[in-house]
Design a protein around this ligand. Structure first.
Ligand code: ZN
Length: 245
C-alpha cells in the first residue's frame, strides 16, 4: 500500500493541485491529511471540496477548528487570526459541516494521523518533552501503531524512538522504517512551507517496502498571492509564500 501524506494545505489551491498532480505520477493507492485544510490563503471552499470529494482521510487542524467555529483563535497571531475569521465568513455551510465532523485523530491501519500532538490539536511537537509525551501517547492508541503522521509546525521532521532512545533523523529524501523502531513524521506543508523552500511539500509512505519518501513540487505562487490580495487578506501572507517562511 502506498499512501500520500498531505499536511497543512491552508486553502492554497494552486499548491494542492500541483501536489495532487505529482502524486498521480507516483503510483499511490490513497491520500491522507493530518489537518489544516483551511486558513491563511484564499481558497478554503475549493480545498475542502477536493478533500471531501476524493474521500481523503483527514483530521481536524487548529485552523480548521477555528474556521468552523469550534474554537476561538485567541492564541493566534494577528495575521493568522484575521485570516481564520475571513475563512469563517467565506466557508459554505456544507464545508463548515465537513470540518466540524472531522476527528482529531484517526488510526488508519498501521499508522495514526493527528495535527499538533496526540490528544492536543494545538500543541506543537517542538521540544524534547513534546516528543517524549507523544511517543508515550502513541503506545496507548488503538493497535499501538509504530508510526504517526502529524503537521502544525510546517517543517519536515522525522523523530525516531528505538528501545527508549529518541533521536531526530536527518534523512533528506528517504527514511527507511526499521522493525522495532517507532516514528513520528511531519511531511512538511503543502500550502505554507516554513523551511525556506517555497515549494509545496508532501510524503509517500510505502508500507510493503517500509519506507517514507519526501517530495517537493513547484506551483504557481504568483496566482495564489494575487488571490490573497484580491480577497483583502493581509499582504504579508502573500509575501511569505515566496520565501517559504
Ligand atoms: Zn498549519
Amino acid at each position: 500500500m502506498r499512501t500520500a501524506v498531505i499536511a497543512d494545505i491552508h486553502a492554497n489551491l494552486e499548491a494542492l493541485q500541483a501536489v495532487l498532480e505529482a502524486i498521480h505520477e507516483l503510483n499511490v493507492d490513497e491520500i491522507v491529511c493530518p489537518g489544516d485544510i483551511v486558513g491563511y490563503n484564499a481558497n478554503p471552499n475549493e480545498c475542502v471540496e477536493i478533500i471531501s470529494g476524493n474521500r481523503i482521510a483527514c483530521v481536524l487542524g487548529n485552523h480548521d477548528a477555528c474556521a468552523a467555529g469550534l474554537e476561538e483563535p485567541r492564541y493566534f497571531n494577528p495575521l493568522a487570526q484575521q485570516a481564520v475569521l475571513w475563512t469563517r465568513d467565506a466557508l459554505t455551510p456544507e464545508n463548515r459541516q465537513f470540518l466540524l465532523a472531522l476527528p482529531r485523530e484517526r488510526v488508519v491501519r498501521d499508522f495514526v494521523l493527528f495535527h499538533g500532538s496526540i490528544h492536543e490539536t494545538n500543541r506543537y511537537i517542538l521540544f524534547r518533552e513534546d516528543v517524549t509525551d507523544n511517543f508515550h501517547l502513541l503506545s496507548g492508541m488503538s493497535g499501538a501503531p509504530a508510526l504517526g503522521f502529524f503537521g502544525h509546525t510546517h517543517q519536515r521532521t522525522i523523530l525516531v524512538e528505538r528501545q527508549g532512545t529518541i533521536s531526530a533523523s536527518l534523512s533528506h529524501d528517504k527514511q527507511d522504517l526499521m522493525p522495532g523502531s517507532r516514528y513520528l513524521i511531519n511531511s512538511g506543508s503543502v500550502g505554507q512551507p516554513r523551511d525556506g523552500d517555497p515549494r509545496a511539500a508532501f510524503a509517500i509512505y510505502d508500507s510493503a517496502d517500509a519506507f517514507v519518501t519526501f517530495h517537493r513540487v513547484a506551483y504557481d505562487i504568483h496566482a495564489c498571492q494575487e488571490k490573497i490580495i484580491c480577497a483583502g487578506l493581509p499582504p504579508k501572507l502573500a509575501e511569505r509564500l515566496a520565501w517559504g517562511r
